[in-house]
Write a protein that binds this ligand. Sequence first.
Ligand code: NAD
Length: 487
Amino acid sequence: MQVSETLIRTVVEQVINQVRQSSAAAATSSAPAASQSSAYGRYGLFLEVDDAVRAARAAFEELRNRPIEHRRRIIEHIRRISIENAVELGTMEMNETKIGRLEHKIAKLQTLGEKTPGVEFLKTECYSGDHGLAVIEHAPFGVIGAITPVTHSLPTITGNAVSMIASGNAVVVNPHPSGKKVAAEGVRRFNQAIHADLGIDNLISLICEPTLETAQQLFKHRSVALICVTGGPAVARAALNSGKRAVVAGPGNPPVVVDETADLDRAARCIIDGASFDNNLLCIAEKQVFVVASVFDAMMSAMERAGAVRLNAPEVERLTHAALSKVGEGSDVHFAPKKELLGQDAHKLAAAAGKTIDPSVLVVFGETTKDHPFVQTEQMMPFLPFVRCRDFDEAVALAQESEHGYRHTSIIHSRNVSNMTKMARAMDTTLFVKNGPCMAALGLGGEGYLSFSIAGPTGEGVTTPLTFTRERRCSLIDDLFILGNPK
Ligand code: NAD
């Protein structure tokens, strides 16, 4: 997240002041054009799933007859709007969802605009030989149905739209109801710019009043060729059971292991950077930490040196009651984060624990047992439970247990390559980060490209334009092999 940080900081300070002065007014003004009934039916804004899918299908047919260069131009519009309007749209998202951190809402839109892969990712493969030439191209599916989370309402749509359109598809989005206004406003701006430049409307269509029923309609719609779901366990299950091909970016509960060879100060800084990003809303963010006993106390001190504030045992228990509640029935009873503290600042969590701390503190943390609800729950708030482990093997075993088989993300801080290898094999996660904050796995401070839909359960990994394509092979028999004389 080094990119444009100074710029972001300056702009954000101005915006925060404005927001504080007029949050009520800002909330009203965040209502998109969709709130006026005349706005429906164009620029991607729809009330009915059928209408949205029909419009997206028409847009797909139009795009199909255009050169790849037009896809490039469309993506350029999405990138530009995402970057240029990051402050305004990020503020709108913060006002509407009321979770996370404003500076990170802005940074997410900017970095998605900069780093999501586009048409350059589509590579044609070729086989040539005695019998001629076979060309394998990556073709679009058509209309894709996308379900997006409240944790990154517009960013997920932005990333999905770039990847899906780069590969020639259109998309209909059923956003999370708590982030629907910013979703609609972003989609409206994207479509308006695309339409003004290329005359194609509704390539990104959106259900403006999304419900579970409209999600189900999208799953079942005959003209939706593929679904892409980004969200928690319930929607991941629903997508897998939908009977339609699905790309499922499901939940995570990423554990961190710190062994006795780790650079503890670096580990502490990385853990704070990752776990505090957007107040721990990222599905890849550090959620619980397992430290070998020989460096446990030193690691707790390193966290304090890096600026995190430690809660004692009674404070951790008070926070647990305030932040987590039991949900579900029968054998499915489990803890879940309460809305009041999900995605809130560390000082609010501390207050709930009965401790006053400086509002600038990014993370609070404390020692817990291995079975503590904060260890087992995807808490999505900047409190980190630390578990003291006998040795490295126990740390990895507990990390694996706490990840619940999601195979999403895990992180190690170590200088021991054998330990890194051992943990990577045991965890079997889609993302495995060594000696960095979680975001490094998505190219933010590490190598690689960015997407906010990481498809673990269905295996596509960090989604790219290729994720949303079907292979087509075009064979020419006995000609165009120019290297020899097979006859
Ligand atoms: P959520 O599961 O509550 O909602 C996600 C979306 O699914 C929303 O649009 C919601 O309306 C819809 N939905 C929920 N249940 C549904 C059902 N039964 N049928 C159809 N649609 C349904 O999640 P959230 O709170 O918005 O987001 C946080 C969750 O998403 C976390 O679990 C996080 O790990 C996960 N997530 C995963 C990724 C990834 O790339 N793997 C990225 C971001 C978030």
